[in-house]
Design a protein around this ligand. Structure first.
Ligand code: APR
Length: 241
């Protein structure tokens, strides 16, 4: 890893006390949750339908049982634990330096690591609601259900996850935009920045400390004030230990 870049990142983190983090599936790969678009990612594995089709609202409505087979097999990682990236981000928040984690992930690992202000743009597998009476069900209920999970009232239970064709929660997106617009330093990590509207949020950042930490290059590399190619858990460990 580029020592000079790591030193700049270390100094910027030391100087700033209004940092915001924007992340994606690459933050959880070091917790053994595969991402989507890396070569070994979920979207490069063979299924009857493209995963983006299965994880869509219309597929959920038309083929709910098939949706849940894929979802329970490929989207829930009950044994995953936070890695260095999650833990260091939580520590930066506790130190009053990091104001918000904005994530596209649905695994709940940032909160498990101790982060408190986590804005989940795509929801969470930990929250599931009856479509009829809105009763809450936890992830264990979904894991232990056979076929389509059903509520005591007879209604169908749906994960609180934003599927393709569905819109993001405006309360969450408003908060995310507020934090990105007002932060001194935006650290973007572990995301291919290819899925909108989430990927477009970083355009709200107007400062001069846009940091990109990603294994592969992205379309935003050229716009970053500091671009580090590497594993985010290792990079943050290098600069924050
Ligand atoms: N450290 C840094 N970067 C990593 C690591 C790591 N340990 N592991 C993977 N990456 C990078 C990959 O190089 C890739 O560019 O993380 C990125 C992950 O990109 P995607 O798999 O596209 O995941 P993400 O950007 O979160 O996808 C966004 O797509 O299907 C939807 O809803 C889904 O939230 C998801 C959205």
């Amino acid at each position: 890893m580029d020592k000079e870049k790591l030193l700049i990142l270390k100094n910027w983190i030391e100087e700033c006390d209004n940092i915001v983090f924007f992340g994606g599936a690459g933050v959880s790969t070091e917790s053994n949750i595969p991402d989507f678009r890396s070569t070994d990612g979920l979207y490069n594995q063979k299924y009857d339908y493209p995963p983006e089709t299965i994880l869509s609202h219309s597929f959920y409505m038309k083929r709910t049982e098939e949706f849940y087979r894929f979802y329970k097999d490929k989207m829930i990682y009950k044994n995953a634990v936070p890695n260095n990236a999650h833990k260091i981000l939580a520590r930066l928040e506790k130190a009053g330096k990091l104001k918000a984690v904005i994530t596209q992930n649905i695994d709940g690992l940032h909160q498990m690591a101790g982060s408190r202000n986590v804005l989940e743009l795509h929801g969470s597998v930990l929250r599931n609601y009856c479509e009829k009476c809105r009763k809450f069900y936890d992830v264990d209920y979904i894991i232990n259900s056979v076929g389509v999970p059903v509520c005591q009232c007879g209604g169908r239970i749906k994960p609180d996850v934003v599927l393709y064709e569905e819109s993001l929660n405006t309360e969450i997106t408003d908060k995310a935009i507020y934090h990105i617009q007002s932060c001194e330093m935006l650290i973007v990590g572990g995301t291919s920045l290819t899925v909108y509207p989430a990927a477009g949020f970083i355009d709200y950042y107007k400062g001069n400390k846009l940091v990109l930490i990603n294994k592969d290059s992205t379309a935003v590399d050229g716009r970053a004030n500091l671009c580090i190619h590497g594993k985010i858990g290792e990079v943050l460990k290098e600069v924050c230990q």
